[in-house]
Design a protein around this ligand. Sequence first.
Ligand code: KG4
Ligand code: ZN
Length: 347
Amino acid sequence: MLWLGIETSCDETAVALVQASAQEIKILRTDVGSQIAKHRPFGGVVPELAVREHLRDLPRMVPDLLRAAGVDWSQIEGVAVTQGPGLAACLMIGYSYAKALGIALDRPVCGVNHLEGHLISPLLGEDAEPIFPFIGLIVSGGHTLLVRVKGWGDYERLGGTVDDAAGEVFDKVARLLGLPYPGGPEIERLARTGNPQAYDFPQSFPERDNFNFSFSGLKTSVRYFLEKNEPAKANPQFLPDVCASFQEAVVQVLTRKALRAARSTGCRVIAASGGVLGNGALRALLAKRCAEKGIALRLAPNDLCTDNAAMIAAAAAFLVRAGLTASVAKDIDPNLRLGVESKSSQS
Ligand code: KG4
Ligand code: ZN
């Protein structure tokens, strides 16, 4: 089955074609139109601007995608589109386009949870087939989540951030440091020449018994540190050392919590995804700790960490193949959640 994927939940206009058979789910082509340069002068995503970009780009990108892949409209057997979570006006652009296309082509339109897309993206690498149960660690600009995945559509939400998401804290700290948006790649670039042990930023473990995260204390601590150390900013090593030490605090917390989730649930596999997984230090620490503990690790391929439509089409394909047809053309849901709350995360 050939799926067309459409993703417009935030500031990437993304389209993809995914081929699903009983044996494999293969990406034929994935295109991402990044709006970063447009939003950068404002230091973050401006929804009104994102909407205009989606409106202009999406109707052009879909025919371009088909042409480049050598696929005819009649070969598309289903349209998968992000239903939520995300910015309402942005989601609406993709959803309206997908619904209209579904009517024009007389094909089903499948609404996909953006987080489910991230969750399955590690399964689009080399080692494609999932091993249930596994721990899903999703770290993006809007979300930081730990999920126990028992099977397709059977997700237990173990914990998430109680304040800033991991990507959000990278972006906010980058802003404090005078670095451009998005902050994650900038901080990582500077951290490469910095010493992660130079400064001791807090690695918070709020409510140790559950799997929630908190990053706002870390952000505040970097802010006070910068205010107190104003004269040190003239030292060329200062910025790389702050970036490396901050990054160290984030990746340590994410890795420890993911491993603890695996240990306490008895899962032997961790699958990690989301924009922050583009971070080499996080990938390396997860790989090192999982190897030490004998836990299998699946990382989303680098080019599928940030938002893309291949993960949306593939999520629909996996669900449909498992006999769980995703919702057909219901309305968007900007606050869509993933899975059911686990008892421990409610306590
Ligand atoms: O998954 P994503 O594209 O969008 C959301 O669904 O939120 O994630 C974007 C986030 C941004 O906050 C960005 O700063 C962060 O991912 N990010 C990184 C890196 N690349 C992107 N954070 C740390 N290191 C990176 N290399
Ligand atoms: Zn995302």
